[in-house]
Design a protein around this ligand. Structure first.
Ligand code: SF4
Length: 704
């Protein structure tokens, strides 16, 4: 006999509805799709359907662990929590915290409350720093909101979709299916912009393959073509934007032909893409009176550069220029990575604003201080990448890391490992004893998504329920409950009322979150039970939620053009010793660094070695055949993998997913240089060399 529990997929930001089938031993036997779910419409990818066996993996941490004389020893919750509370009280003033975009909104809200109220700092951040912080930064500046403006249904109602620097077929498979449905049945046009040939190119009307790091040149070229051919939406620009003249001046500094020379895309293709985006031909079945729309969809190929924020600005400028915002079938969409990266930011796990992206000014912060009964820090905290770098200076001496494994996700991992190792005190709260947890002083066992109640917010701003389906594994507890226990222990020493951390349920935490974040004020568990997921903004209990933003106005009043110019393509470019450009990303069968998917046998059967994509011309020079074991080197380290000889990558380029398999990971090679505004690392470009592995078979050596 099995019972069923409806919940939300714990992998990517698409936020598919899943139905967990649980047996009498409280184990998940299989997962079905949820045809009622409005985001996934009855679809699931391989990870959602077959990837949840990690929940009962024998590697799960079952008890709190305290490190004594270099070895972990099992401890009671009281021992571990007392130690954490006492040590963190000593470290107020030089403390930082990473939240988890895999955890629930309730977990995230409680963590930022703990950090701000008890630790007295805004040093809290999460993995958005490593994926879409440039998009959020650019959208906040230009539009006044850092969220995707539209919904997945808009991809199906668009007349043109422009996919930039993303690979939805691998990373957001259900969104890719919805796009394919529109392309195949309605004749929706598709433009793909990517240095690498992706699966969606098979359906593309245009495939633009720019050189890595030249996005601003390409998109300024498209803007110039739109202006030259008088395709701009003048009424939209005049009525709803500012800064147009300065933008036109900047774009006017170069011609389409000059942009083409920089980015390597022929000028004719730049012009053709500009026409399709600005004035797409109407798709089949477009309702009369509706203007054909274009959706601009992008991923980390845009953001993970030292010019990442400029890249995002250049895309947003295009959307404003063509008036592709604020109506059905158009809009701007940074595809979010983790299942709850949208919600983790919404909940305030970012250093520069409170929940709901509210500033530290009086008007926003006073309601928090009144409700929480104490003053809060008002200066922005350190961003995640800066927290790690600032360990060297002593500005950060203790960290509390929840559901994150920075020693797989940070760039230049040898450097990051040395820094994390130098902390005075490290607490890790997670499911597995991963690379970062191994260095912790205390490890606290947390519940997986299947063992707790809560909500996730997906890439289209839809708040959806996560439901407890099985009992916690071992002594694991929900993240928010653990944080409350630590906070109550510290409250007297921090001058905080312990009652601030007394909640009877996840629903109570959500209610406080909704009270403080105006965009979700109208959402409650009761409504989510009755109506299913609801998209914010939903300001009142009788508001139906919002499919697309900016129909009438922008949160900042009018939208703003931000002129940007192409700078150096990257901090590190190829030379004689490292003649290739290394690009990193993800693959269908593994999730990010692989902390979870390495513990799913069915996914490991598909890919158990890091694939290294290399162009046939470069493979030939290095005498590498398809399938050969290879070693890739950069100035910071080396890693092993298996060669995939393919013309999907351009000559002179390598593509490596950043999953760690057999001890090898791309981030041992990547460069710890950052975009000045968002502080995202330049994961997409560093200089590298590939060689055929000639040593004995076996594990690859990591240290160079
Ligand atoms: Fe889960 Fe994303 Fe796959 Fe949907 S597309 S099943 S949310 S991993």
């Amino acid at each position: 006999m099995t019972r069923t529990v409806s919940s939300t997929c714990p992998y990517c930001g698409v936020g598919c509805g899943i139905v967990l089938n649980v047996d009498e031993q409280d184990r998940i036997r299989w997962v079905d799709d949820d045809p009622e779910n409005l985001s996934s419409t009855g679809m699931l990818c391989v990870k959602g359907r077959f990837g949840t066996t990690f929940v009962n993996h024998p590697d799960r941490i079952q008890t709190p662990l305290i490190k004594r004389k270099g070895r972990f020893e099992e401890a009671t919750w009281d021992e571990a929590l007392d130690l954490v509370a006492n040590r963190l009280l000593e470290h107020r003033g030089h403390f930082g915290s990473f939240a988890s975009a895999k955890a629930t909104n309730e977990d995230a809200f409680l963590q930022q409350k703990f950090v701000r109220l008890v630790m007295g700092t805004n040093n809290i951040d999460h993995c958005t720093r490593l994926c879409h912080s440039p998009s959020v930064e650019a959208m906040l500046q230009q539009l006044g909101s850092g969220a995707t403006s539209n919904s997945y249904i808009d991809y199906e109602e668009a007349s043109c979709i422009v996919l930039v620097g993303c690979d939805p077929g691998s990373n957001h498979p259900v969104i890719a299916s919805r796009m394919r449905r529109a392309i195949d049945s309605l004749g929706t046009k598709l433009v793909v912009v990517n240095p690498r040939r992706i699966e969606m190119c098979d359906r593309a009307d245009l495939f633009l393959q720019p050189r890595a790091g030249t996005d601003v040149a390409l998109f300024n070229g498209m803007a110039r073509a739109i202006l030259d051919e008088d395709l701009a939406d003048r009424p939209f620009i005049e009525g709803r934007t500012e800064g147009f003249d300065a933008f036109v001046s900047a774009v006017g500094e170069t011609t389409v032909d000059e942009c083409a020379l920089v980015c390597g895309v022929p000028a004719g293709e730049i012009r053709a893409a500009a026409r399709l985006f600005a004035r797409p031909p109407a798709r089949r079945g477009l309702p009369e009176g509706l203007v054909p729309g274009s959706c601009l969809v992008w991923g980390m190929g845009i953001t993970q550069h030292t010019q990442g924020t400029d890249n995002a600005h250049s895309l947003l400028n295009l959307a404003l220029l063509a008036g592709q915002l604020g109506r059905p079938g158009c809009g701007v969409s940074p595809l979010r990575g983790q299942n709850n990266v949208q919600g983790c930011g919404d909940a305030g796990c970012i250093p520069d604003s409170l929940p709901g992206y509210q500033s530290y000014g009086d008007a926003a912060i006073i309601p928090f201080e009144e409700l929480w009964g104490a003053g809060l820090p008002r200066s922005p905290g350190l961003k995640a990448t800066d927290m790690v770098e600032q360990i060297a200076s002593g500005a950060i001496r203790a960290m509390y890391i929840v559901g994150e494994n920075p020693l797989l996700s940070e760039p230049n991992l040898h450097h990051a490992t040395d820094l994390i190792r130098a902390l005075d005190f490290l607490v890790v709260q997670d499911l597995f004893l991963h690379e970062t947890a191994e260095l912790a002083d205390v490890v606290l066992p947390a519940c997986s998504f299947a063992e707790k109640d809560g909500t996730f917010t997906n890439s289209e701003r839809r708040v959806q329920r996560v439901r407890r389906a099985i009992a916690p594994v071992g002594m694991a507890r929900p993240d928010w409950e653990i944080l409350c226990d630590v906070a109550r222990r510290m409250a007297p020493g921090a001058g905080v009322d312990p009652a601030q951390f007394a909640y009877a349920s996840a629903g109570e935490v959500f209610d406080e979150f909704a009270r403080l974040m105006p965009q979700i004020r109208g959402i409650s568990y009761e409504r989510l039970e009755r109506e299913g997921g609801i998209q914010w903004p939903c300001p009142s209990a009788d508001h139906p939620g919002t499919r697309y933003l900016y129909a009438d106005s922008f949160p900042r009043g009018v939208a703003r053009f931000v002129p940007v110019r192409q700078h150096a393509v990257a901090e590190e470019t190829p030379d004689g010793e490292y003649p290739l450009v290394l690009n990193t990303g993800r693959i269908l069968y593994h999730w990010h660094g692989g902390t979870i998917t390495r513990r799913v046998a069915g996914l490991m059967e598909q890919v158990d070695t890091v694939p290294v994509a290399v162009h046939p011309a470069d493979a030939s020079v290095a005498e590498i055949q398809d399938g050969d074991p290879v070693v890739v080197f950069s100035r910071r380290g080396r890693m092993g993998g298996r060669a995939v000889v393919t013309d999907a990558v351009q000559p002179g380029n390598l593509f490596v997913p950043f999953v760690k398999l057999q001890g090898s990971a791309a981030n041992f090679l990547t460069n710890n240089v950052y975009d000045q505004e968002s502080r995202i690392p330049e994961y997409k470009v560093c200089a590298a060399r590939i060689e055929k592995k000639r040593e004995r078979k076996g594990a690859f050596t990591l240290r160079s």
